[in-house]
Design a protein around this ligand. Sequence first.
Ligand code: MEV
Length: 416
Amino acid sequence: MQRKDSRISGFYEKAIEERQEIVKEFAGLSEEEAAQLKNFGALGKERAQQMIENVVAGFELPMGIATNFYINGEPKLIPMVLEEPSVVAAASNAAKLSEGFETSSSEPIMIGQIQMVKVKNAGKAVKAIKKKEKELIEKAMAVDSTLVKFGGGPRKIEARAIKGMLIVHLLVDVRDAMGANAVNTMCERISPVLEEITGGKARLRILSNLAVHRTAKAKAVWKKEKIGGEAIEAILDAYKFAAADQFRATTHNKGIMNGVDAVAIATGNDFRAVEAGAHSFAAYKKKYSPLTKFYKNKSGDLVGEIELPLAVGTVGGATKTHPTAKIAVKILGVKGAQELAEIMAAVGLANNFAAMRALATEGIQRGHMKLHAKNIAIQAGAEGTRVEEIAKQLAEEKNINVGRAKEIIEGKKTKS
Ligand code: MEV
């Protein structure tokens, strides 16, 4: 038998069918499994290949719509793409219980970093860079005329010395783009000038995902009459826990990102960039903390607030190439990246409220278990309306496992 080899020469040049065949052989996929790979869904084979390298298949996730959102007085339907049950329902429910969301955002300013090494006198170099700021900005400006036409472009240069290196920040207003391409190109373009000015050598030239100048905020009130004074106290206890303990704060923020990422993915945005930025911001200039704040107002109602960096775009990248992402942006009816970021902040706040309310009152397992039972029923082979019936029985018997689900499908009675 021939030895398996993952070093496949020219894999990227092969036709997609050939790549699928290689993977089928390598992994011993059945005919049925291999056929499944050929279904590219709404994305389509051509488009998939234009997006990434070495494509063998499309990959689908469900898109749900969170309802009940009013953002700055406007009704919104929110497309959310993720694999986890309960998140869409939780966001919808939190929005329903709220008095609506008020949002705001800063200008879409991204930071590009240029690392300079071998700079002899860092203090002198910082001053020299400041002196040549206008020239450097003009050089960066020449990179992206479209961005400049839409009112964006490079804005400022900052430099500081750390650990024997000189770190230069180029601040760029990227308008409705995520901005990575524009920022990275500008950093590369100005680095030879920086080398001339400082006598050093430019190494890394890349944007920072800690987009502290590009944040979105959302605020909401949950009235005492609607959710109950006891629930408010319980939620504030939950919040206190997250504010005091990093182990809890991490999970607290994960619940926020359930909503934020789901909208990022639905709209074709880079959710890893959003994740990296959010968690780093949670620890920016302080210990790792919750991205939200909760407190009571004078009337005793619960107020929730969130602020996080959101480097998301509505032009360029997958927002414009992925057919379903384009539709998601249309469903949201956003005018630009800032509005999208604000909506994402509101959804994150909603998911956080919902998680804390569930955790601090009845616990989240009851709701989860219903959906878990459905998954188990499907795994056991249930189809159509039987899925719901079997899930219900599993939940009633408090015995949610595939073995029991199979027994029910085969018509076996409960053991007494
Ligand atoms: C699960 O995806 C998210 C939660 O763990 C968030 C939280 O604990 O706040 C429920």
